[in-house]
Ligand binder design. Structure first.
Ligand SMILES: [Zn+2]
Length: 286
């Protein structure tokens, strides 16, 4: 009985193989029957038809003039460059040493800690936030309400010595500021003295990623005549007093010398803080 069962199983196993061989044989014979292509002789047309008339090419519009267009005032051009992965240097107009990779950022933090160690300041506990955190800041650096120090894009246009001084300005705020959050809205203005026009020019160029925007390149703006800054929000006088104290400390700090260009900028910021302090004192007395 077992032997018959074995033979039955063997038969069932061999059956499909026999069928497949039959099938493959059929395929090859069909190929033999229809695989040969009959020879065809092409006789050329004695009167070739002329080519159909080609449509007249339409001239393409000329490319846009090759000069930068003013960006949306809300989003500086450099912000888009960073979002597109441009890491600075070259012809991008962004600072050459812009730390964008984690390794570059860690190296920057190490540099700051080492610089402050020389003055007996332990900066290792301070959390540093980088410019590409998704929040645009137009300052060089900022002390955030959380106590972290944010280094903005403009920070990296400064030389190393100026960077250390700028960072120390934020540390000064962290250790000395009087807390204040009050503000008043209105229409206020300050007239900027001519001696600070070169500072404004640098700040404007940096805002546009190092390239001079078209409106600054025109004669009208070259000399910054009669510049008036309009202000919509005035902070509490204590806010401006905090700035006055920090800039005075920065300008008189012999341990952290700064370049003449950056000194002029700090002098301008000190002057501006004093003007706004006067306006705010008047406004908050009302
Ligand atoms: Zn400040």
């Amino acid at each position: 009985m077992k032997r018959y069962l074995f033979l039955l199983i063997l038969f069932i196993n061999l059956l499909p193989r026999a069928f497949n061989e039959e099938w493959s044989w059929q395929c090859s014979s069909m190929y033999a029957m229809y695989g040969e292509i009959p020879e065809v002789t092409i006789i050329p047309d004695p009167k070739p038809k002329p080519d159909p008339p080609q449509p007249t090419p339409i001239p393409l519009p000329l490319p846009e003039p090759d000069y930068p267009t003013p960006p949306d005032p809300g989003i500086p051009s450099w912000w888009e460059q960073i979002q597109n992965g441009n890491s600075g240097g070259g012809s991008s107009g962004l600072p050459a040493d812009l730390p964008t990779t984690d390794a570059q950022k860690q190296e920057f933090v190490r540099k700051i800690i080492a610089a402050f160690k020389k003055f007996g300041v332990d900066a290792s506990k301070i959390k540093i936030i980088f410019f590409d955190d998704g929040q645009i800041c137009m300052a060089r650096a900022q002390l955030l309400p959380t106590g972290e120090i944010k280094v903005c894009l403009r920070f990296f246009y400064l030389s190393e010595a100026d960077q250390i001084s700028c960072f120390n300005h934020e540390l000064y705020h962290k250790n000395h500021d009087k807390e204040t959050t009050e503000s008043r809205t209105g229409k206020f203005a300050i007239n900027i003295p001519e001696e600070y026009y070169p500072v404004l020019k640098i700040l404007d160029e940096e805002e546009f990623g190092g390239s001079i925007p078209p409106y600054l390149a025109t004669e009208e703006f070259k000399n910054y005549l009669d510049i008036q800054e309009s202000i919509d929000i005035l902070m509490h006088p204590d806010y401006y007093q905090n700035e006055i104290n920090a800039y005075e400390d920065q300008l008189n700090n012999n341990d952290l010398p700064i370049s003449d260009t950056y000194r002029k900028e700090c002098e301008y910021m000190l002057w501006r803080s004093k003007e706004l302090f006067k306006l705010a004192t008047k406004e908050f007395k009302k």
